[in-house]
Design a protein around this ligand. Structure first.
Ligand code: CIR
Length: 264
């Protein structure tokens, strides 16, 4: 019997807003952003996603929504459903409408409602567990809602304390099966029982944000020492320049929503 083809992997992205310089900032000093360069870097990031097998669907620019390139924060896409978030920063809440429109073609939609607030950057999915950062952006009400929405589908939701950074995935992401890339100053290793770790180089505190696609990692050029640590572990690392979105406090995971077209 021939094997069925692998389901198409979608990467949902959005063009960089011409208003990106008015972005929200929490732990990063405001610095001028070169919009042309930001767009070029975002285009190159999309090219890497394509090279790694994704079909990239790019939403058009939202000139009124400075942070709208960071689509990760607006939804949690699982095999069965997509949960539309209610972002913690009020300026970002209008971003969800167009994302819901795009995701409705692929998934049944569930929603986080007020007073819940949740940013997708706080949600790290490992197998059937969603680790959710209790950051300034994501609150207990949202975690309770998420737990109730997803328990019937067999998902566990676990709150995780983060400190000193914007989101859980600023502090920790997965880089291989059973292995996390972590900045232990911002999140405790003990939260993730049974996982192996690689720590960021101490000169690169923002280096814990990586995209894992299959067994390939997309990673910013700005953290070369940590990239080298990953390579020494045998991990395939594809580097991308992200200097301009980094000035907006965004990393590689923030700029796409990755999911299989087929769903469940
Ligand atoms: C914000 O503060 O909301 C944006 N300037 C950056 C969001 C980055 N998103 C992410 O880490 N998932």
């Amino acid at each position: 019997m021939p094997m069925p083809p692998a389901p198409t992997r979608i990467a949902l992205t959005r063009q960089v807003s011409s208003a990106i310089e008015q972005c929200e900032l929490t732990h990063v000093q405001r610095a001028p952003i070169d919009i042309g360069r930001a767009r070029k870097q975002h285009h190159d990031y999309e090219q890497v996603l394509r090279r790694l097998g994704c079909r990239v669907e790019t939403l058009s620019e939202e000139p009124e929504l400075p942070d709208s390139v960071f689509v990760e924060d607006t939804a949690i896409v699982l095999e069965e459903v997509a949960v539309i978030t209610r972002p913690g920063a009020p300026s970002r809440r209008p971003e969800t409408a167009s994302i819901a429109g795009a995701l409705a073609r692929y998934r049944k939609l569930l929603r986080i409602e007020a007073p819940g607030t949740l940013d997708g950057g706080d949600v790290l999915l490992i197998e059937r567990t969603l680790y959710v950062g209790t950051s300034r952006r994501s609150n207990r009400e949202a975690i309770e809602q998420l737990t109730a929405l997803l328990a019937p589908l067999g998902y566990h939701v676990r709150p995780v304390a983060v400190r000193g950074c914007l989101h859980l995935k600023t502090a920790v992401t997965q880089v291989a099966e059973g292995r996390l890339l972590i900045n232990p100053s911002w999140v405790d290793r003990a939260e993730f029982a049974g996982m192996r770790y690689v720590e960021v180089d101490e000169a690169e505190p923002f280096g814990a944000n990586a995209v894992l696609l299959g067994d390939q990692v997309i990673y910013p050029t700005s953290h070369p020492r940590t990239a080298e640590r990953l390579r020494r572990l045998g991990i395939a690392v594809h580097t991308v320049e992200m200097s301009e979105t980094e000035k907006a406090e965004g990393g590689v995971t923030c700029c796409s929503l990755l999911f299989s077209a087929a769903g469940a």
